[in-house]
Design a protein around this ligand. Sequence first.
Ligand SMILES: Nc1ncnc2c1ncn2[C@@H]1O[C@H](COP(=O)(O)OP(=O)(O)OP(=O)(O)O)[C@@H](O)[C@H]1O
Ligand SMILES: [Mg+2]
Length: 282
Amino acid sequence: MDTIELKHVRYAYPLTQKPVLDDISVTFEKGTFYGVIGENGSGKTTLCNLLRGLIPNFYKGELSGDVLFDGVHLQDLDVDQLSVSIGYVFQNPFTQISGVKKTVFEEVALGLENLGVSPQEIIERVIRVLELLEITHLAQKNPTELSGGQRQRVAFASIIVMDPDILVIDEPTSQLDPAGSMKVFSIIDQLKKQNKTIILVEHKMNMIAAYCDIVLVMRDGKIVKNGTAQAVLSDAALAEAGVQPPEAALLAYDLKAAGIPLEDIPITAGECCRLIRKRWER
Ligand SMILES: Nc1ncnc2c1ncn2[C@@H]1O[C@H](COP(=O)(O)OP(=O)(O)OP(=O)(O)O)[C@@H](O)[C@H]1O
Ligand SMILES: [Mg+2]
């Protein structure tokens, strides 16, 4: 699948009046890494639920506007078919674990099994993904006995093993330590380099700044900003949307206030160092 296009999409959950997605128009293009940021309750997870077709089929509620997958309307698509093209890593890893498999290995294999992939290929693919996520040592453990961070890695593994074209990933590092988070980001970056489309919800601004091509800022059900990571994250108005800019940008604002402005507002530590050195050598 190449493109997902939303046009004037509005959505309200059942029994609620206020739309949680409020006139959303956005296009997701193949091979691009999108970061979705915004304060709690701004509608990020709801947007993910829509992209995966869980809205309106599972959640019901009122949906209007156009949701197009390669030009085909959501209502004309077989939603089960979407799960082959679109992998969705849930915000809550506890929801993702099936509860029907006794080992992590079987849990990660489950989706491939359902697709009818040959046992030999399943074994090879699962082994590779467990190695990639450095969870081979968990292979024989019961998925219900894992820690939150371990579950999060298993949930992520069970999606990337399916090799979908598009990955919708909702806060994959919320339970991970810094090293685990870096690892997950570098894997997502590798997937992007394989020309996959990545739609990532994340609060870790430094990571968003380092990896994303395009950043969408959500507020109150609306997309209030949509642009390159550099343009969106260097904007001092970001704080007004309830989002803290990356540390490099904050430092640059402080330097500016102290009368030592940099040439530009950096969003990563590397770029910040470059601009400071440039000023120093002037
Ligand atoms: N199943 C549901 N039924 C009714 N309202 C819901 C449901 N799920 C979410 N909401 C409401 O929709 C709004 C957006 O929620 P959503 O989970 O999409 O926010 P979010 O941006 O993902 O927040 P967070 O950063 O906390 O994960 C909130 O006001 C929330 O209370
Ligand atoms: Mg959420």
